[in-house]
Design a protein around this ligand. Structure first.
Ligand code: SF4
Length: 458
């Protein structure tokens, strides 16, 4: 079968999730901090496109597949009080950024609020957070907001009304699977009824319905996947982020189920699932907008995807606010401190960053490959770095073309249908040996990476 005529031994897991690989080696010291402050103080009128990412890290229960940064809040904790003081610290951080010349010249396109569980905030806290962050950053124009919620805490008419009034263009929430057994294994608390109730509340307020689904979960056979897909189609979900579960060695799913549910480690099974997802959704009116995003016509695009997937002609800046947020400012990748040291850093060193990594030109080209071509599925020839990108990856691109994994048009290069199925393997083709070694450290399948590393250097 042509689809299997590829230069790979077998499907691999998502590579770009962690790109750029910012590790402990990039820990911030006084020197790096002063470089960062210098960048932020530049008077140069840059006017880059940017988004603000605000991370709300608290969760009421922990899902077994989760590898996001989160803090568990047991029922007896005072959520409102904890969030009040957390939000106050975000204002302090926004205040620091608001005084910097570079930030004042950014062209903010969206605010994205993710987590954790942002819908744990009350409607008053949501309003305060958005209004004050905008004020501190001197944003006096309407800016669309994307908001991630959890099924039960999001189902509150006041919260949704406030979000709409503030200009929220996209509210999304995690479903992962409609199957009760899968949901139980993932420790997902809301029931199917809860999901239907939330959809009803959103539709009554003329909001589009945007959900996350996952494939590669325990007990998720092809039949279960198919029933998830047809349920989403039947419910006329406007937009679906369909993520492949990445089984990192530290997550609960791996630690708990690797022996009893070996299907979670079967990348070939996930490859076939991905193929089924693409075929079923595109045959039922959905448009594949990126590797993971499927929209019905007119559904709102995801701001965070537009920003980090390098889907246009340039990289967006991402201004990170809150504990453990990741950002990208003028080609400098940064990571904020976790909750345990976020406040101390904020009140001590100022910007609460703990890691900093300045992109080289090569990193920009790798970004174009990993976050652009293979995630947005296309790369515009208008991108200012396009010719340098071609020069750097001439051989890689020639092989991809030879195997019909990419094709070229007048305006862009893009993945073919076959290339989309293999996009995660293609990502590896753009990495150096050192970067592949970094991937190996994060993978649950060291043998596979040994094989990849022996098969060729880049
Ligand atoms: S609610 Fe979201 S952030 Fe919290 S544990 Fe579940 S998936 Fe992770």
């Amino acid at each position: 079968m042509d689809e299997l005529n590829v230069p790979y031994d077998g499907p691999v897991t998502n590579v770009s999730h962690y790109y750029p690989f910012v590790t402990r080696e990039h820990a911030v010291d006084d020197n790096k901090l002063s470089i960062y402050k210098k960048i932020l103080s530049t008077k140069e009128q840059v006017h880059r496109n940017a988004i603000i990412y605000i991370h709300i890290p608290y969760c009421r229960s922990i899902c077994t597949y989760c590898h996001c940064y989160k803090i568990f809040l047991p029922q007896n904790k005072d959520v409102k009080g904890i969030l009040d003081s957390y939000i106050a610290n975000i204002f302090k951080e926004a205040d620091l950024y608001g005084q910097m010349e570079y930030i004042g010249n950014l062209d903010f396109k969206y605010i994205h609020i993710g987590g954790g569980t942002p819908s744990l905030m009350t409607s008053e806290q949501i309003e305060r957070l958005i209004t004050k962050v905008k004020k501190k950053l001197n944003i006096n124009y309407t800016i669309p907001i994307n908001f991630e919620g959890e099924v039960r805490t999001l189902n509150d008419k006041n919260k949704i009304n406030v979000l709409k009034e503030l200009g929220t263009s996209r509210i999304s929430f995690g479903v992962q699977s409609f199957n009760e057994c899968v949901r139980k294994l993932c420790n997902l608390q809301p029931t199917y009824e809860d999901i239907l109730n939330l959809i009803e509340t959103l539709r009554a307020r003329h909001c589009s319905v945007n959900i996350d689904l996952l494939y590669g979960l325990p007990h998720q056979t092809m039949e279960v996947l198919e029933s998830d897909l047809y349920k989403a189609i039947e419910l006329k979900i406007d937009s679906i982020d369909y993520y492949r579960v990445n089984i990192y060695p530290h997550i609960r799913l791996f630690l708990k189920y690797r022996h009893t549910h070996p299907e979670i480690l079967d990348e070939r099974h996930k490859y076939l699932m991905y193929k089924k997802i693409i075929n079923t959704l595109t045959n039922n009116g959905y448009i594949q907008k990126s590797d993971e995003l499927f929209n019905l016509k007119d559904a709102p695009y995801s701001a965070i995807k537009e920003a980090i997937n390098h889907s246009g002609n340039e990289m967006f800046d991402v201004l990170p606010l809150g504990a453990s947020s990741n950002g990208l400012i003028n080609n400098v990748s940064i990571k904020n401190a976790p909750v345990s040291s976020y406040v101390d850093k904020l009140h001590g060193q100022g910007f609460p960053i703990i890691r900093l990594y300045k992109f080289s030109d090569d990193d920009i080209y790798t970004h174009m490959a990993l976050r652009g071509l293979t995630r947005s599925l296309r790369l515009s020839k208008k991108n200012v770095y396009y010719n340098d990108f071609l020069k750097k990856y001439r051989n890689v691109l020639a092989t991809l073309k030879e195997y019909k994994l990419i094709q070229e048009t007048k305006d862009e290069i893009k993945l073919t249908k076959k290339g989309i199925l293999w996009h995660q393997n293609i990502q590896l083709d753009f990495l150096t040996t050192e970067q592949k070694r970094a991937m190996k450290k994060m993978s649950n399948d060291k043998q596979l990476y040994d094989k990849i590393l022996t098969n060729g250097e880049n």
